[in-house]
Write a protein of this length. Structure first.
Length: 258
């Protein structure tokens, strides 16, 4: 099973990129963030024609998350249970016995800002939800744009980003809470070349100069981590005309048949 995550930064703009990427990579599951699309105009028909079922939790202009899967989506749930939030940032579903949680974590704007406080509260609520979900679904994967670079090696210039948004210690501590639940960072299960990132600012030739951050992650519960055979960041779509500022991250799982 190939599972992937991609912040597309507007599905309306990037739908051709998504369809081409799916055709080239044959992912079984693709989690999307920042669809920036209302449910009523989500491209279900186009995705079905490409062979994918879809579930979407969207809103106009901002946020929005979706799960695309070759197999049927079961037990679909939107948002974080018992956490009041108007922003559409989470959707979960079960695919072939694997619980997929797709999340678009808040950016936080700046350390100490109101949005930063909201981000930390939001991450705490998601961790509590995942903790409960793991009791029901031992085969769980949490994929998405975390808006957190977990370590200095995930940042092109650690000194410049020290204590800044996406790299502050409270944010990194929030990321570690997911690891403490037993989840594993699929990318770090394998030896990886240095300076591999999943996001680059559109400004100041960020991508061309590889001034990036690794903020898009696939975290796996123990049974899936044991079945993981590879995890890669695919920079190819970032080279296209009018690309998202993020690249897809894909993990390959070899799950034994029941």
């Amino acid at each position: 099973m190939k599972i992937a995550t991609w912040n597309v930064n507007s599905l309306k703009v990037r739908l051709p990129h998504v369809l081409d990427w799916l055709a080239a990579n044959q992912a079984d599951v693709l989690c999307l963030q920042e669809t920036k699309t209302e449910d009523k105009v989500f491209p279900y028909a186009e995705l079905a024609a490409a062979g994918y079922h879809a579930a979407h939790n969207g809103q106009k202009t901002y946020n929005g998350v979706a799960i695309l899967a070759r197999a049927k989506l079961e037990d679909v749930r939107c948002d974080i249970p018992d956490f009041a939030d108007e922003q559409k940032r989470v959707i979960a579903a079960t695919v072939d016995g694997v619980r997929i949680v797709c999340a678009y974590m808040p950016n936080g704007q700046a350390v100490g800002a109101d949005k930063y406080v909201y981000k930390l509260r939001w991450l705490e609520a998601l961790a509590a939800s995942v903790r409960e979900d793991l009791q029901r679904w031992p085969q769980l994967a949490l994929l998405g744009d975390y808006n957190i670079a977990p370590e200095d090696r995930d940042v092109h210039d650690a000194a410049a980003w020290k204590d800044q948004i996406l790299c502050s210690e409270p944010e990194r501590a929030a990321f570690r809470r997911f690891i403490e639940l037993g989840l594993a960072d699929a990318f770090r299960l394998f030896a990886q070349p240095d300076k591999l990132y999943s996001w680059w600012d559109y400004r100041q030739m960020g991508f061309r100069l590889n001034r990036g951050l690794r903020i898009d992650h696939v975290l796996l519960a123990p049974p899936l981590a044991a079945a993981c055979r590879a995890c890669v960041i695919d920079k190819t779509p970032r080279k296209l005309e009018r690309p998202s500022d993020h690249a897809p991250v894909m993990a390959t799982l070899e799950i034994p048949s029941a």
